[in-house]
Design a protein around this ligand. Structure first.
Ligand SMILES: [Zn+2]
Length: 113
């Protein structure tokens, strides 16, 4: 499962930070997940408990910030909300645009103890 490998890479990041800061565990973790990052929220939440079990994230409080997709159209110069990676511009129907945000998938903050 795709989401499981994402959670496991987050565990890697958290373990590296815990080690680097000579901490014992993570108390809280804040994640930023873009609407266009290809992460299924339900599958992610389902994968989380088993993937973090026995790791530094086992007792961490998890908070997820969902970042909406935004794009800038090349044809009409309009900025619009992009819910799916292959949607067209709502103003002119163009498929040529730059994605401004929504592809992020990162650890925003960690609280260690
Ligand atoms: Zn457009």
């Amino acid at each position: 499962m795709h989401e499981l490998s994402i959670v496991m890479s987050i565990v890697d990041i958290a373990e590296a930070q815990v080690k680097k800061n000579h901490a014992r565990q993570v108390d809280a973790i804040e994640l930023e997940i873009g609407e266009l990052a290809g992460v299924e929220p339900d599958a992610f939440d389902f994968a989380w408990p088993s993937a973090v079990k026995g790791t530094v994230l086992d007792h961490a409080q998890k908070e997820i910030r969902h970042v909406p997709g935004r794009a800038l159209c090349h044809e009409c110069d309009g900025e619009f909300v992009l819910h799916e990676a292959f949607d067209s511009c709502p103003a002119c129907g163009s498929f040529v645009y730059n994605i401004l945000q929504g592809k992020e998938l990162r650890v925003k903050s960690l609280v260690l103890s």
